[in-house]
Every structure is written in C-alpha cells, then in structure tokens.
Design a binder for this molecule. Structure first.
Ligand code: FES
Length: 173
C-alpha cells in the first residue's frame, strides 16, 4: 500500500484507461491532509481538487483518492455522492445548476429552466455538443426569496427571468 509520501503513480482505471495524478493535484491533496487530524476529513477537499483539475470525478479517481487517503473507495464514493456539487459523470466547461425546490418553483423556475433548455438544445443532465454547458437540477441554493436562482460555476444568479437567459449564458464561453 502506498503512503501519502509516495510518488505519483499510475493506477489502472475500471474503464481500462490509465489514471495518472498530476503532480500539482497530488501536492494539493497532501497539503489539504495537513490541515486535518486524520486523512478522512480531507476527503471533500481531495474530491474538489480532483474536480477542479478534471471537471468531474471518475471511478478511477475515487480509487486513487482512496489510496492516497488510505480509505476504502466506498468511503470516498459515499462522500462524493453526498455532495451534489461533486460530479460523478463528465460535465461541460460550465455547469448550470437550476434550483427546482419549492421557493423557486413558486417564483416560476420552470419557465427559466425551459428557456435554458431551448437556448442550449439539451435536456437536464446533458452536455452541449461543444462541451460548453451541462444543465443539472439542484435543491435549494439558500436564496429562496430571490428566485428563480441559478448557479453557473461559482456565480449565483438571482431573480432570473426567461428573457435574461440568452444574455446570461453569453457570459460563459
Ligand atoms: S428554493 Fe430556490 S434557492 Fe431556495
């Protein structure tokens, strides 16, 4: 078994493709581990680091993180599954999270949601052919009095109307 001080290594993924750590990625995970009394607590940081580098977290990345943190892959996957902003499937360069909880429902999120799908020509869960956008539903983003609310990458957009959608998406290339 490797230790946190081991060199980046090649791990054969479950899809038959090699998984290789980027030096920077592995370094960032090891730094994160120093901030916690035990490696398990660094799991979400490690997942975010991998996602920042690769956009999403594959099964092979889960296994690789588990090896570095000396946890089981099931433990790491459990954390990844719990956080709805860790993507376990490939996503586009920009992820549009559309709040579909009750507050945004009452303020008409459905029309905004429909307009986004119309403009991009994709359905929720899909990615545009140019790899630019993925649309996903998300539970309450904590701004229920300012719905409909969208989160695009790290940007929260409040009181979005269908008419604003095209211009809003143009900001993300
Ligand atoms: S219900 Fe949409 S932000 Fe809370």
């Amino acid at each position: 078994m490797s230790t946190v001080n081991s060199k980046p290594q090649l791990i054969v993924s479950d899809r038959g493709e090699p998984f290789a750590w980027a030096e920077e990625e592995l370094r960032a995970i090891k730094e994160a581990m120093h901030h916690y009394p035990d490696a398990r607590a660094a799991t979400i940081d490690a997942l975010k680091i991998v996602q920042r580098h690769r956009r999403w977290v594959s099964d092979s990345a889960i296994a690789a993180i588990a090896e570095v943190l000396q946890l089981s892959a099931a433990d790491v996957d459990g954390v990844a599954t719990f956080y709805n902003r860790i993507y376990r499937q490939p996503v586009g360069r920009h992820v549009i999270l559309v709040c579909d909880s009750i507050g945004c429902y009452l303020t008409g999120f459905e029309k905004v949601y429909a307009r986004i799908q119309e403009v991009l020509g994709i359905s929720p869960g899909q990615t545009t052919a140019d790899d630019r956008f993925t649309i996903l539903p998300v539970v309450c983003l904590g701004a229920c009095d300012r719905g409909p609310v969208l989160l695009i990458d790290e940007d929260t957009h409040f009181n979005v109307t269908p008419d604003q959608v095209s211009q809003l998406l143009e900001q993300y290339t």
